[in-house]
Design a binder for this molecule. Structure first.
Ligand code: ATP
Ligand code: MG
Length: 247
């Protein structure tokens, strides 16, 4: 693999000359992407509509394979891994529209997800309550149908579900896109904690300025090309990021 990427400290996931073409498309959706994503950091990826962000997410989350190039998890080539196992063990995904089962309770969402990922935890319901509590969801709220929870509460449940199999990588697709500003800040505080205190690799695709301002690393996707985003180092970024770290 690319030595430049390999020598970066704490690299959890790395892409080496990754390209992707959809069947029949004249243009590549991803072009020679090489980048490393570190544990203990929040990485944001920004880019216009059609830039290739969803394509990027589907490759790093193991939904699809690159047409060219390789993706490595802690140096191990993903194409050699069983991708269902990869998704069930190493990756937790958080969605803009939460993607929860709305007609069952919050805790049931966690329990069902644990069954699907073949969790060996004995008391799944109790574990679910504990995970939800860590996300600020009380037992009373956890017992309510998702339908009866606010957007912010639903996203907390979404995060708890993503954490149920203790993944080292959290992938979030516009996780605050459907939330008001205050709730966005709460959710970002949680995602920052997952990186900074629990040493997970958190990757967020976003249009939100607030997300990029708290991210440790910001990449920009432009017509399938991924490159570091320089403006991420503004004074505003460090001020906001400090606030998040100390709260
Ligand atoms: N199934 C598909 N078949 C053919 N081309 C596709 C397919 N899905 C996406 N594309 C093309 O690949 C490119 C990248 O699309 P992608 O969905 O990754 O963009 P995006 O950055 O996620 O955009 P958005 O912000 O609108 O979600 C676009 O040119 C798109 O038209
Ligand atoms: Mg998209």
């Amino acid at each position: 693999m690319n030595e430049h990427i390999a020598v970066q400290s704490n690299v959890m996931l790395s892409m080496h000359n990754v390209s992707y073409s959809y069947d029949g498309a004249s243009q590549k959706a991803l072009k020679q992407v090489s980048a490393g994503f570190q544990s203990g950091k929040v990485t944001a990826v920004i880019g216009k509509s059609g830039a290739g962000k969803s394509t990027f997410l589907s490759l790093i989350s193991g939904l699809d394979l690159p047409t060219e190039g390789n993706i490595y998890l802690r140096g191990e080539d993903l194409s050699l891994r069983n991708r269902d196992d990869y998704r069930a063990q190493d990756i937790g995904v958080i969605f803009q529209s939460f993607n929860l089962l709305t007609n069952v309770s919050a805790v049931q969402n966690i329990v069902l997800s644990m069954f699907i990922s073949k969790s060996t935890v004995k008391n799944k319901k109790e574990y679910g309550y504990q995970l939800l509590e860590q996300m600020g969801i009380s037992r009373e709220t956890a017992g309510r149908k998702v339908l009866k929870l606010s957007g912010g509460e639903q996203q907390r449940v979404g995060i708890a579900r993503a954490l149920a199999h203790n993944p080292s990588i959290i992938i979030a697709d516009e996780p605050t896109g459907n939330l008001d500003q205050e709730t966005e800040e709460d959710i970002l505080r949680i995602l920052t904690r997952l990186a900074h205190e629990e040493n997970r690799c958190v990757i967020i695709v976003t249009h939100s300025q607030k997300v990029t301002s708290i991210a440790d690393v910001v990449f920009q996707m432009k017509q399938g090309i991924l490159s570091p985003f320089q403006q991420g180092e503004s004074k505003q970024k460090s001020r906001v990021a400090r606030r998040y770290r100390h709260e």
